[in-house]
Design a protein around this ligand. Sequence first.
Ligand code: FAD
Length: 468
Amino acid sequence: MSDFLAQCRAVVGEAYVLDAPADMAPFLTDWRGRFTGKAAAVLRPGSVEQVAALVRACAEHRVALVPQGGNTGLVLGSVPDASGAAVVLSLARLNTIRQIDTVNRTMTVDAGCVLQQVQDAAAAEGCLFPLSLAAEGSCTIGGNLSTNAGGTAVLRYGNTRELCLGLEVVTPQGEIWSGLRGLRKDNTGYDLRDLFIGAEGTLGIITGAVLKLYPQPKASITALAAVPSPAAAQQLLVLMQDHCGASLTGFELMSRFCLELVAREFPQLPKPFATPHPQYVLLELSSSESEQHAVGLLERSIGAALDRDVIADAVVATSVAQSAGLWQLREHIPLAQAKAGKNIKHDISLPVSRIADFIAATGPQLEAAFPGCQLVCFGHLGDGNLHYNVAPPEGISNEDFLVNQDKVNRVVHDSVVAFGGSISAEHGIGALKRDELAHYKSAVELNMMRAIKAALDPLGIMNPGKIL
Ligand code: FAD
């Protein structure tokens, strides 16, 4: 190991090979603080060539490496295991916006650029980079691509995969593949770009990307609708899409329990309705024409929804501050959960048409198995993505309830699969859901994934123990 670390120091310089425990600590614990791994060192390259040279050193010395961006991932993908044999390779110093082409509507960036930095750079050129999630102040584009992150604008713009035209990747052999093409059409054989997106650092290291830009909407408007049931929320989605088409850019479901939790943990946030309702939908409309156009679309669709009893009530934000207040309610649900204590989390997706049936079927199964358990159910309903989290019954500590994790996962994930869904919608697999993936994927699918991994990374040095 000392030869290997000397080689790394020769590549990046003494200051960028961290091996003192205090220096390494921030890179070894996951964002939720559930797991702290060990590493031989944390490597902090400052250029693509340095990344390639470090990977060649890892291959030569058979040292496993864990790529890391902002370390905001939620499935233990970006932290090393407890063996201490691997190194963490942080991309944070690769943070240059390389080029913006406002005619081609593309931006070429280093993988370590923070998402908010990319959004701001696009806005400064009058463009929109639409990927948006609550971790945007810390997560990086390389991490977003490697997890194929979703967020709140997928309904209109798609996942990160759909926002990327080209990639630059350092392979597990330490070669640099420059696929930074800003092409919307390129049918020249196997799509290598799509192989690396969503691979969670198990096939190579993303060092750069060409991202798609969009025109900035002229106006956006936010509303919170109270609905009687998840089935009514589904009906509202269809109605809104029929009325508003591509102008509907956000559609988030939140249960009454979620908003009560937020009100308890963050009493300073707005309380939009005087009386509680079973479910709420946060709506966002964007217009490429004008604010009047957005308001008109929203008023007409809310009017139609009220006429048909699809919604019981609605609050429309009349200022940027009110709109931010409504979004804060949604964004504070994970924070309120974190304050209230650990619970058993699921990031699932389903055909939108089956969400209400899934909720109706799964709640009673959990209640029968774990009487009194509480469901924190919210998410990007417009994309068929629910965060379906299970909290302990009153009087049982969060730690005590966590012993049921495997049994709770089995109830929820069996139900997800029965309704034609996926056990990971947007967070990925990492180490956390690896055994669940093995349980639910067919042998045919798993064997193809293993064959790809073995072909690209025959030494098995890229983020071992993650996904497979
Ligand atoms: P990391 O956590 O550092 O890494 C994630 C994975 O990617 C790891 O497997 C790592 O090895 C790999 N990786 C990182 N960089 C590279 C690279 N350059 N090359 C190869 N592999 C790499 N996710 C959503 O999808 N939607 C949400 O709405 C959402 N909301 C969130 C809200 C909060 C408050 C938090 C904390 C997280 C949220 N997440 C969400 C999860 C997380 O932010 C995303 O997964 C994000 O894309 C991770 O980016 P990162 O730079 O932090 O990656």
